[in-house]
Design a protein around this ligand. Structure first.
Ligand SMILES: Nc1ncnc2c1ncn2[C@@H]1O[C@H](COP(=O)(O)OS(=O)(=O)O)[C@@H](OP(=O)(O)O)[C@H]1O
Ligand SMILES: Nc1ncnc2c1ncn2[C@@H]1O[C@H](COP(=O)(O)OP(=O)(O)O)[C@@H](O)[C@H]1O
Length: 200
């Protein structure tokens, strides 16, 4: 970028991690609408909070009310949505926290671009897997009904594609496991990677 020089900060990411006593990374939840991204991200966030782990949730619906309120659901807008979220998520990682993102993020290339913004151990892709028929049955916001009636266009899974992750760090099957089991799967992963430490 012309005439703009990167300013180095007085306090580094490592300083912040050391003070917090844990790693920092993005927990990138991806999946169909109604698969369980928000529910799991918020439950994991609560659990981490209780464990004293600094974290914050970025949720599709909320971000689209503010930062990304100029964006719709065309392929181009979804790409720009994810690009901005990726940059924001990186700032949270720099601040020494875990950031939990709950966006459909249907395109593999967009998720890959976010992964490339971060170090290897800073991007944890979590595929929240649930069959489309089950998501349609849950329909927590009544959006599938509208999409199937033709009231909403370009709805993911109906008339807009979802590209499944090929090698995510974690796959969570929400039609087979309870919310508690799904949360435990994420926490166990973080512990196993030694990203967080739980005193017993
Ligand atoms: N056309 C269309 N397709 C998909 N989703 C739609 C659409 N219109 C509105 N919604 C609602 O917006 C939420 C998805 O926003 P995201 O920012 O996660 O989408 S994306 O990652 O840019 O594809 C999504 O939220 P979740 O159900 O939490 O996934 C929907 O509630
Ligand atoms: N194991 C599970 N994990 C998460 N959500 C589940 C699970 N089983 C059933 N559900 C239900 O599925 C719905 C998921 O909705 P939501 O979290 O808003 O999905 P998304 O953010 O992916 O659109 C909720 O009504 C939730 O209660």
């Amino acid at each position: 970028m012309a005439n703009i020089v990167w300013h180095h900060t007085a306090i580094t990411k490592e300083d912040r991690r050391l003070k917090n006593g844990h790693h920092s990374a993005v927990l990138w939840f991806t999946g169909l609408s109604g698969s369980g991204k928000s529910t799991i991200a918020n439950a994991v966030s609560k659990k981490l909070f209780e464990l004293g782990v600094q974290n914050y949730v970025l949720d599709g619906d909320n971000i689209r009310h503010g930062l990304n309120k100029d964006l719709g659901f065309s392929a181009e807008d979804r790409t720009e949505n994810i690009r901005r979220i990726g940059e924001v998520a990186k700032l949270f990682v720099d601040s020494g926290q875990f950031v939990l993102t709950a966006f459909i993020s249907p395109f593999a290339r967009d998720r890959q671009l976010v992964r490339q913004l971060l170090a290897n151990d800073e991007f944890i892709e979590i595929y929240v897997k649930c069959p489309l028929e089950e998501c349609e049955k849950r329909d927590p916001k009544g959006l599938y009904k509208k999409a199937l009636n033709g009231e909403i266009r370009e709805f993911t899974g109906i008339d807009s594609p979802y590209e499944e992750p090929i090698s995510p760090e974690l796959t969570i099957e929400t039609h087979h496991h309870s919310l508690e089991q799904c949360v435990e799967q994420v926490i166990a992963y973080l512990q196993h990677q030694q990203f967080i430490h739980i005193a017993h």
